[in-house]
Write a protein that binds this ligand. Structure first.
Ligand SMILES: [Zn+2]
Length: 463
């Protein structure tokens, strides 16, 4: 199916990202639903924090796919604390806590919430996403390719399940694998079914999420990509595996990018933005400097932000905020606190000579120069890193490429700059300006803003 999918040009989908206050690091639930009847599957990423192939694939599913038949529910960040800390499990291995977990265990809440979701009567099939060592082979070839390895396999606990729907999990997995193996980058990456025969006495596997699921009436498998491969290649295989399995189960979906390791890498690296306070300010931190200074946050208010994907976490640290994305430590925000002025939704600008109305909290691409033209003198414009003697209000100044001191850029490349607007010492909003060689064809100078996100439908029974 994956090769037949039409690549649909859509705006970057900031689907299903709810506004948050300071990251609690609780996992989030994202539901891609369709009006056409079909099974409901649950995809779980990040049960172990150091397996980025699995959680990035789950996150891309949230942000870049649309389901047209059946339903796909996604938890991309189950063990969010461990993802942020790049640890298998900060409080031990969460995937060994499904037979038993103490009430005092810091993972207790998360385990109870995901168990409730697994048991939800609507859920038919569960995928637990992993990155495993080496390459699983039925027969020993060498130390990296052997029955003891996990990479490039679909893990089942037993051939047939005592469940109502999709009991023939061994057969379904082999059908999916035939499809996955049509998209191998190398023979070595060939997928196999690995049956752990958990019921026959595998005490370790008996503590896992999938074993809990199959004993609660649900079909479930583990998906493993090899840790030998890059994160992008692992995510590539995971997405291939999910698409193949979904097709086998009768779920249809559309993806808005070409499924190749190169494009997957770009999608993982690119889509890293945060909107603050109902779009008063947007930060694109894909290539952010390690510190961003004087960020105008709202005085006496909880931090309110909306990430462009569910793997972005903001945590308070000292006087500022640390921003993580998956396993990456992205940047640190040094705030400066202001009262906010709510009188400004957009501001007139001239971008490369073309007048346009630019919403606050958006990003504008500029080739040569820009000019900010507020309607009244009440508004003071501050272009961070640009100065001219005697000029306090930087409105109506033509700002050319190269005239802003590079060290003030948001990004390491010195291309992305902040235009801040104030009114009587209150912060009215920010616009990001990116100086680029080429303004993309499909969006000629069009300001980009985070899409007003749909609220996450936190399942009523997920608590
Ligand atoms: Zn794992």
């Amino acid at each position: 199916m994956q090769r037949l999918l039409t690549t649909i040009l859509m705006l970057l989908s900031f689907a299903a990202q709810a506004a948050k206050t300071e990251s609690s690091l609780e996992f989030t639930i994202h539901k891609l639903e369709s009006d056409r009847e079909g099974p409901t599957v649950l995809v779980v990423g990040g049960i172990q924090g150091d397996e980025p192939g699995g959680f990035h694939a789950a996150s891309l599913l949230v942000t870049h796919y649309k389901v047209t038949q059946g339903n796909v529910w996604i938890v991309p960040n189950l063990n969010f604390t461990s993802i942020v800390q790049r640890s298998r499990g900060v409080h031990g291995d969460m995937n060994r806590k499904f037979a038993e977990v103490g009430k005092n265990d810091p993972d207790y809440e998360a385990v109870q919430r995901i168990k409730a979701l697994i048991r939800n009567p609507k859920v038919d099939f569960i995928f637990n996403m992993h990155d495993g060592s080496g390459f699983y082979r039925e027969k020993h070839t060498d130390w990296l390719h052997s029955p003891k390895r996990w990479g490039q396999s679909i893990i089942i606990d037993q051939e047939k399940l005592a469940v109502e729907r999709y009991a023939n999990v061994g057969e379904l997995s082999r059908q999916a694998i035939t499809k996955i193996n049509q998209h191998l980058l190398d023979e070595e990456h060939t997928y196999h079914v690995k049956n752990t025969r958990t019921r026959e006495g595998d005490m370790e596997m008996a503590k896992t999420l999938t074993y809990f699921a199959i004993n609660n009436g649900k079909a479930a498998v583990g998906l493993e990509a090899s840790k030998t491969l890059s994160t992008a290649k692992r995510a590539y295989y995971h997405l291939n595996a999910l698409e193949a399995y979904f097709e086998t189960l009768g779920i249809k979906l559309e993806r808005n990018f070409e499924l190749s390791p190169k494009v997957v890498k770009r999608k993982i690296d690119e889509n890293i933005q945060i909107a603050f306070y109902e779009n008063k300010m947007l930060l694109d931190i894909a290539k952010a400097r390690s510190k961003i200074g004087y960020v105008p946050l709202q005085k006496d208010a909880a931090l309110d932000f909306r990430p462009s994907n569910p793997l972005i976490a903001i945590t308070k640290k000292g006087k500022g905020y640390k921003i993580n994305y998956g396993n990456r430590n992205l940047t640190f925000l040094h705030p400066q606190f202001f009262d906010y002025d709510h009188s400004l939704d957009s501001i007139a600008m001239e971008v490369d000579g073309i007048p346009q109305d630019v919403a606050v909290g958006s990003l504008v691409e500029v080739k040569e120069n820009f000019l900010v033209k507020p309607e009244t003198d009440d508004y003071r414009v501050n272009i961070i890193g640009w100065t001219k003697k005697g000029i306090k209000n930087e409105a109506w100044q033509k700002i050319s490429k190269g005239s802003i001191a590079k060290r003030f850029s948001v990004d390491k490349n010195g291309e992305l700059f902040r235009v801040e607007v104030y009114r009587e010492e209150k912060f009215s909003g920010m616009i990001l300006v990116r100086f680029t060689e080429e303004v993309a064809d499909n969006k000629p100078n069009a300001p980009q803003a985070l899409q007003p996100a749909q609220p996450i439908s936190l399942a009523a029974l997920s608590r």
